[in-house]
Ligand binder design. Structure first.
Ligand code: DC
Length: 229
């Protein structure tokens, strides 16, 4: 008898909803690969800034896409980003990139150039791919679509706590303002805006801790794969 089917799982949701950490943990439990597509947009942004390329110069930005590689970390997750043999994973997650990445992610030419890369990674199944438009644009035929959500206040509280900040500190309030700004930009851009696919399973995490959220994702995948039957 063959084991459960190995699915293609699209995991979308707003910034700081826990997609990367939850998706990676769920993938590990399922023996799936994990891919965080936000890294690709972050890497294009980082390279543009480093090379002094105007983030409005679409042709030049598209030219950067082929130089970016995702590589597995020690646990086999595609969560490292490499350019010319150089590991940029830490550099692309800074506040400076947070601030500029939406300008790059809104450009249709950049999104189109990244599409085949993302689809190729998903080929063969057994993958959780996280992003904003995975269920709606990148993998509209995914076996399972999950939309991981939390209120903006809760997402800001978690991000501030990660950085050791109390909720009333000015830096914590800046995190909340920045998340609101990025939500607005991600949701209102004309191309591939942040939206739940109509057939996505919604998981609202305000009342769930990390372990409960991972368990909810794993359960949804097992259900969809027919492993519970
Ligand atoms: O998930 P993140 O914060 O690392 O994403 C960084 C940026 O890239 C954010 O502005 C949204 C954008 N993004 C996107 O538009 N589509 C994706 N599939 C993934 C990320």
């Amino acid at each position: 008898m063959s084991g459960p089917r190995r699915l293609v799982v699209a995991l979308d949701g707003p910034g700081s909803s826990g997609k990367s950490s939850v998706g990676a943990a769920a993938a590990q439990r399922l023996g799936y690969r994990f891919c965080d597509t936000g890294l690709l947009y972050r890497a294009v942004t980082w390279l543009a800034l480093e090379r002094g390329i105007d983030v409005a110069d679409r042709g030049a930005l598209v030219g950067l896409v082929d130089q970016i590689e995702l590589a597995p970390d020690a646990a086999g997750r595609l969560s490292r980003v490499i350019v010319g043999g150089r590991d940029l994973t830490d550099q692309v997650r800074t506040a400076a990139i947070d601030e500029r990445v939406s300008e790059v992610a809104r450009l249709p030419e950049v999104r189109a150039a990244l599409l085949p890369r993302q689809r190729a990674l998903a080929a063969g199944g057994g993958i959780i791919m996280a992003g904003r438009d995975i269920g709606t644009v990148v993998l509209p035929d995914a076996d399972l679509k999950i939309f991981l959500d939390a209120s903006v206040e809760e997402r800001a509280r978690r991000r501030a706590a990660e950085r050791g900040l109390g909720p009333d500190e000015p830096a914590a309030r800046r995190i909340l303002d920045e998340l609101r700004r990025r939500d607005r930009l991600d949701s209102n851009r004309p191309v591939a805006p942040l939206r739940a696919a109509p057939d996505a399973v919604h998981i609202m995490t305000d009342e769930l801790d990390f372990e409960e959220t991972v368990a909810a994702v794993v359960a949804a995948v097992r259900r969809a794969a027919g492993a519970d039957r």
